[in-house]
Design a protein. Structure first.
Length: 328
């Protein structure tokens, strides 16, 4: 019997890994990943509640029963990565939710997480995009630690602490594919922005825990493994890791440099937005992109807004003291 046609939202990547387009916001914007090994499975990130049919459909296409899922790993608890975790866990009788210790309480009781998201996006937007975020019973939650190794049917998945985008962020090393599941630590790379010189990638500094020095160190730690690829939530697998890492870190420095002089500027948010949009257009042009300014601005509108907000929070954070470790 032949398998049904592969859905357009499911992409096999080899090594038992599937990218699942969760359908959030637009096509090819938000990915969850399924890893299959010897009949057992793990998810990395889940997207929102509305992604549940696709997550379960990916299992069915891979021939894996929901009861054979051992781990649901959320790279961090931002809702585009973890909003559907509670609803998914209700379908997976034997899975543990693996989450950074700083984020575990938000998965057990999402109230404060939702309040924070409403403060950034507005209550109507959160209700429309994420619905009723479901809690996960505490006894089904496993808190990660730096260097924790999960076994998936004998396949090691190593988690390391990767602050910078958020303090509740970890990334997952898959030795079988020599790839990192990076969440937001290795930035964003939308397929629509691919240019003649390859994929374009930019950092994400969304509120409220952006820390540039920590982000740089997290990226450097991942590069120490000499990865063959990165599995981005936004979006998909990317190769050419050294080139993209250079592009990412160069833009990180540029974003910090453009933000500092605006710390006390009037109309700061609008000026941050304008400066970021100009930076990304310039870098895309350097990659050989022929997209119009209007098209670039439309593709990156959400990220320009959130990056401006995150930079503003960072600018307003207290400066370091003689004994402190504040990021500025």
């Amino acid at each position: 019997m032949s398998l049904p046609p592969l859905p357009t939202w499911l992409e096999p990547l080899g090594h038992g890994i599937y990218a699942i387009d969760t359908g959030f916001e637009r096509p090819l914007f938000d990915a969850a990943y399924l890893i299959v090994e010897n009949g057992r499975a793990a998810f990395v990130d889940t997207g929102p509640n509305a992604a549940l049919p696709r997550l379960l459909g990916a299992l069915a296409h891979a021939g894996v029963a929901p009861a054979a899922v051992d781990h649901v790993i959320v790279t961090h608890v931002h809702l585009d990565h973890a909003g559907g975790a509670g609803l998914l866990m209700q379908q997976l009788a034997h899975a543990r939710l693996v989450v950074h210790p700083r984020g575990a309480r938000h998965m057990i009781d999402p109230g404060a997480l939702l309040d924070g998201a409403r403060a950034v996006y507005g209550a109507d937007e959160i209700a429309r995009n994420y619905g009723e975020v479901q809690p996960v019973p505490a006894e089904r939650v496993l808190e990660s630690r730096d260097g924790l190794v999960l076994e998936l049917a004998g396949r090691p998945l190593e988690l390391i602490d990767t602050p910078g985008h958020a303090r509740h962020h970890h990334c997952v090393w898959d030795a079988a594919s020599r790839g990192w599941f990076t969440g937001d630590t290795f930035g964003l790379s939308y397929p629509e922005c691919e240019a003649p010189r390859g994929r374009y990638l930019l950092p994400t500094t969304s509120p409220v825990q952006f820390e540039p020095q920590a982000l740089r160190r997290s990226v450097e730690r991942m590069l120490e493994r000499d990865p063959a690829c990165m599995y981005l939530t936004h979006y998909g697998r990317v190769t050419e890791v050294p080139r993209l890492a250079t592009l990412l870190l160069e833009q990180l420095d540029a974003m910090v440099a453009l933000a500092r002089p605006l710390a006390a500027a009037p109309e700061r948010h609008a000026r941050l937005r304008a400066a970021l949009a100009a930076l990304y257009r310039e870098r895309l042009r350097a990659q050989g992109s022929t997209l119009s300014d209007v098209a670039i601005d439309a593709l990156l509108a959400i990220d320009v807004e959130l990056n401006a907000q995150g930079l503003a929070v960072w600018l307003d954070r207290p400066a370091p003291t003689a004994s402190g470790t504040a990021p500025r």
